[in-house]
Design a protein around this ligand. Sequence first.
Ligand code: HAM
Length: 428
Amino acid sequence: MEKDSTKKDKPYQTVRGMHDILPKDEDYWRSIWEIGNEISEIHDFNFIETPILEAVGLFEEGIGEATDIVEKEMFSFKTKGREIVVLRPEGTAPIMRSYIQHHLGHFSSPLKVFYWGPMFRYERPQSGRYRQFHQWGFEVIGEADPFYDVQIMLVTLNFLKALGIKGLKIKINTVGCRVCRPTYRKRLVQYYRTQKRNICKDCIRRYEKNPLRLLDCTVRECKEIREGAPIILDYLCQACNSHFKEVLGLIEDNEIEYEPDPHLVRGLDYYSKTVFEVVLPKNADRALAGGGRYDYLGEVLGGRTIPAVGVSLGLERIIEYIKEKEIDPKRKKKPSVFFVVVGEEAKKKGLCLINKLRLSNIKVLESVGKQSLKNQLKIANKTKSKLSLILGQRECFEETVMIRNMKTGVQETVPTENIVEETKKRLR
Ligand code: HAM
């Protein structure tokens, strides 16, 4: 057997760049699920889920072989059946695969779907950048109308606003299409040819393989050189020009805060026309969400043109921001009752009664074990339960339960057969 290199003397730890989501953060994650589901429903997006493992070619062809994600960041391995698979680095290519595989275009036009789940990228871990992270995504497939470019921005902003995040801004650009982009690329290469000696090593590689990504470099010297580079807006064909103008017009009609950014190109090759990121003005380098139009992805994966537009929100980054700004995670919590049992007989009967209450949709907490009555009441107090239901030896014998109002301390005894009605009455 091969030696397990992760095995050490100390207990096992999470793999580098990956993290556990712990109960202390439950409210943040549940608020995202609850608000996300509601926002998706209100905006008429239907749920879709694709597997975490996909064929490697889906991303090589879909995202592009010369992107950082495909070149350096994929978790890929060979299965026992000798297939090469990857842990998905993103959700858009799998959804287009699913759209084509299941002929989803026949069922609605356009198809509007949402998804959430873990994505995997072998990046250098740092704050806001992990090797396993979660995205919530929205995709509209089968429509080229700018109406949907802006609807995608609106659903993202409405989601983030509902989570309590204010001051959001859209950075927006267009990356043109097959007609106009080649001319622009040529001009860009011409410009950078004269700068080759001054750009970083990564940019020299980008120059050879994927010149548009030269605009994305964060190295200071490269950023300075970028200032003199030609911008795509001067090379757009008529169709891309009017699409972009319409998008900007709709953004203004909807009073969305935005900033055109002629250097925004994004890290995935499937984009055409609109690209955008949602940022907070003081933290513009760390986007909370990013997306755009990908009208050629359907053709790359399935051989026919399927216009589409979408976005993904980075959930860890959103939660980090909510925590940093001490924004209250917005959750409507159900009132709870705490069930106290004293003695073995009460414990046995208690399980049946607790289940009866839960079947009637009452949230019941308990801490059954070797705890005394006093300790259980102490825990009940900490949980901020409205009522405690106490079952001791005497109550078991008399077939009653004692209900204690945790605020006033008033205690009343009720027959066990009425436990559901009596509890509900007091929770109202
Ligand atoms: P992306 O820009 O690669 O786009 O990722 C979207 C968001 O995911 C980012 O804005 C960021 O918040 C979060 N994110 C990305 N990488 C990491 C990481 N390593 N750690 C933590 N968070 C991260 C996409 O994935 C496209 N599929 C978006 C899209 C949907 N385009 C069209 N439809």
